[in-house]
Design a protein around this ligand. Structure first.
Ligand SMILES: Cc1ncc(COP(=O)(O)O)c(C=O)c1O
Length: 426
C-alpha cells in the first residue's frame, strides 16, 4: 500500500502537518505551464503577452509566480486589484476586466497605476473618461466585444446575436465606433484595441481560429472607419485534463498555434497588429492543484455506496454548480485494485453536494484514509464559500520535497471576526 507523493512529499505528511481539507499545489507544474505559454506564444510579426486570469486562483503567492514568469495579470475586482498591489505586481501589466466595475474600483485602478482597463459598456466608458480627467491620470483601454462564438470543450457554435452580459456584440458596429471615438477624443484614456473571450475548457483550436478570423476582419473594418486598434486579446478558456475523457491540446502547443493562426489571418487581411494577448487561468493552475480530503463515514443505499469526505461544495462548488467532472484516488492506497464504484460526497448540507458521482476506488477504502481529487487547482478555492460555516481550506505550495503554507486554514474565530452589534446612525 503506497501513498501518493506530491512535489516529492508523502501526502500523509502533508495532511498530518496541515490538516484536511487541504489544497496542495505542485509549484513546478505551475512553472511549467507558465513557461509553456510564455515560451510558445511568440511571433516575429507582433509582440505577445501572456496574462494570467486571477479568477482561476488568486493569492499573493500565485501573483508572485505570474510576475516571476513575466506574465501580466487579469483581475476583475477591487479585491484582486488590491491583492495584486500587495503582491508587488507591476501594475502596468494589470488588465482590469468586469461588466460592472464600481466608481470606487475605477478610481482605485487609476490611482494604483493599473495599465489597462478592459471596457465593457458605454456607461463605463463615460465614467472612466470623467474620472481620468478629474484625476489627471492616463490609462489604456481595450474594448470587450462579443464575436458571436461560443466554445466549450471541443464544440463551438457561431451564434447569431449576443445576449451575453459581457462586452458589446460585434454586430453593433455603430455603437462600438461611437464608443471608440469618445475614447479617441478624450485626453487621458488611450484606445488600444479589442478583447474577446469565447468560453471555457476549450480543447480544440477551431473556436479560437474562427474568433480570430472574425476579430481580425472586424479590426480591419474598424481601421477603415477611423478606429485604429493595435492590440488584440483573445481571452482565455484553454482546456485541461480533469478526467480521461478530456484530451486538450497542451497549452504550449495551443499558444504556438494561436500565434500562427493570427499571423496567417493578419497576412490575409494585409493588416498589422502591435500586440496579441492570451489570458489563461485554468490551464496554468488547474492540473497543478490536488485537493486532499480525509475519508469519514461510508454508507450504502439501494443504489449507491457513499464515501463521505471532510469537505465538499464549500471548497469546490464546480460539481454542484455545473456538473463538473473530476477524477480521484484513495491517496493512501495507491496501487491497490480499484474494485468498487463509490459516490464521493461532501459534508455540506445539500443533496447536490456530491464531488464525484461515480469513482472507481479500492473497496478497502476506510475512515482515516486520504482521498485526492486531481486537477482541483482552478475555480475551487476562488469560488469557495463559508456555507455551513465551513472554513476555507489551507493551501500549500510544494516543490522538490519542500512545502510552504501560502494560505492559512480559516478558523471558526476567523469567521466570527466580522460579527458585530453596532447602532447605525442616519
Ligand atoms: C475575460 C476572461 N479572460 C480569461 C478567463 C480565464 O479563463 P480560463 O480560466 O478558462 O482560461 C476568463 C474566464 O472566465 C475570462 O472571462
Amino acid at each position: 500500500m503506497a501513498n501518493l507523493e506530491i512535489g516529492g512529499i508523502d501526502c500523509r505528511n502533508l495532511a498530518a502537518v496541515s490538516g484536511t481539507p487541504l489544497l496542495v499545489y505542485d509549484e513546478e507544474k505551475i512553472e511549467t505551464q507558465f513557461a509553456a505559454a510564455t515560451e510558445n506564444f511568440k511571433s516575429q510579426e507582433f509582440d505577445t503577452e501572456v496574462v494570467y486570469a486571477a479568477k482561476a486562483f488568486s493569492c499573493t503567492a500565485i501573483f508572485e509566480k505570474a510576475q516571476q514568469a513575466g506574465a501580466g495579470l487579469d483581475v476583475v475586482s477591487g479585491g484582486e486589484l488590491y491583492c495584486a498591489r500587495q503582491a508587488g505586481v507591476d501594475m502596468k501589466k494589470v488588465y482590469f476586466h468586469g461588466n460592472n466595475k464600481s466608481t470606487e474600483e475605477l478610481e482605485m485602478a487609476l490611482k494604483l497605476g493599473c495599465g489597462t482597463i478592459v471596457l465593457d459598456n458605454d456607461m463605463e466608458c463615460e465614467r472612466l473618461i470623467t474620472l481620468s480627467e478629474r484625476e489627471k491620470i492616463s490609462i489604456d483601454v481595450l474594448l470587450r466585444v462579443n464575436p458571436g462564438i461560443e466554445a466549450h470543450t471541443h464544440e463551438y457554435i457561431q451564434t447569431s446575436g449576443s445576449d451575453s452580459k459581457f462586452g458589446i456584440s460585434i454586430k453593433k458596429t455603430e455603437q462600438i465606433q461611437s464608443l471608440a471615438q469618445k475614447v479617441l477624443d478624450s485626453s487621458y484614456v488611450n484606445f488600444k484595441g479589442f478583447h474577446s473571450h469565447i468560453g471555457s475548457q476549450i480543447t480544440e483550436t477551431e473556436g479560437f481560429e474562427k474568433a480570430l478570423e472574425i476579430m481580425i476582419s472586424f479590426i480591419s473594418d474598424m481601421k477603415q472607419q477611423g478606429v485604429p486598434a493595435e492590440v488584440l486579446s483573445i481571452g482565455g478558456g484553454f482546456g485541461i485534463r480533469y478526467t480521461e475523457e478530456d484530451q486538450p491540446i497542451p497549452l504550449g502547443e495551443m499558444a504556438a498555434r494561436l500565434a500562427r493562426i493570427c499571423e496567417k489571418q493578419l497576412a490575409e487581411k494585409n493588416l498589422q497588429l502591435k500586440k496579441l494577448i492570451m489570458e489563461p487561468g485554468r490551464s496554468i493552475v488547474g492540473e497543478a492543484g490536488y485537493s486532499l480530503y480525509k475519508v469519514g463515514f461510508s454508507k450504502d443505499t439501494d443504489t449507491k455506496h457513499f464515501l463521505f469526505v471532510d469537505g465538499g461544495m464549500s471548497d469546490n462548488i464546480r460539481p454542484a454548480l455545473y456538473q463538473a467532472k473530476y477524477s480521484c484516488d484513495i491517496a493512501t492506497r495507491m496501487g491497490e485494485a480499484k474494485d468498487k464504484t463509490y459516490c464521493v460526497a461532501g459534508k455540506n448540507c445539500e443533496s447536490g453536494d456530491i464531488l464525484i458521482q461515480e469513482a472507481q476506488l479500492p473497496s478497502s477504502a476506510a475512515e482515516g484514509d486520504l482521498l485526492v481529487i486531481y486537477a482541483a487547482g482552478a475555480y475551487g478555492y476562488s469560488m469557495a464559500s463559508n456555507y455551513n460555516r465551513a472554513g476555507r481550506p489551507e493551501v500549500v505550495f510544494v516543490k522538490k520535497g519542500k512545502a510552504r503554507r501560502v494560505l492559512k486554514r480559516e478558523t471558526y474565530q476567523d469567521q466570527l471576526r466580522l460579527e458585530t452589534d453596532e447602532q447605525l446612525i442616519f
